[in-house]
Ligand binder design. Structure first.
Ligand SMILES: [Zn+2]
Ligand SMILES: [Zn+2]
Length: 152
């Protein structure tokens, strides 16, 4: 799917959700959605807030938090907690499925794609439970931190 198509599709999904929930369809909400879908990788709320106010139009933190809640609720955005107290977000629609490698020393998060692991988990039948979503976090030491350690 190309970028424009993705943008239109997620806007459409968001519109359906807002209509169903009787929420207002403000331009700010769509601008936040567009910004999130123009990004790749993971981001926290502060980064998003800065990007929003630098490149687009000014929104309050309240509007941003509130919109993020709506986007999480309609599954257009995923939320992660990578072992610290900060929450990280990433787009959910048409995003390549990946696992996460998290460095215990510097806190960097890398995307880790492994199709064997993916099909293994997806092929699992769980009794009286229908999985919708899962995430796998692998904690350890990244290459950078490992080589810094060696040099010391
Ligand atoms: Zn590291
Ligand atoms: Zn991710």
């Amino acid at each position: 799917m190309d970028k424009d198509k993705i943008r239109d599709t997620v806007r459409q999904k968001f519109t359906e959700y807002l209509t169903a929930k009787k929420c207002r369809k403000t331009p700010e909400r769509y601008a936040i959605l567009d910004l999130i879908y123009s990004k790749s990788g993971h981001f926290d709320m502060d980064t998003l807030y800065e990007a929003m106010n630098n490149e687009h139009f000014r929104v309050s933190r309240g509007t941003l938090y509130n919109t993020m809640q709506l986007l999480l609720d309609c599954k257009l955005v995923l939320k992660h907690q990578f072992g610290n107290n900060l929450s990280y977000y990433e787009k959910a629609f048409n995003n390549d499925f990946h696992h996460h490698l998290i460095c215990n020393q510097c806190g960097t998060v890398q995307e880790y794609k492994d199709n064997d692991l993916k099909s293994l988990i997806q092929s699992k039948k769980i009794k009286r439970f229908t999985p919708v979503l899962y995430s796998l976090y692998i904690f350890g030491t990244c290459g950078k931190c490992a080589s810094t350690k060696k040099r010391k």
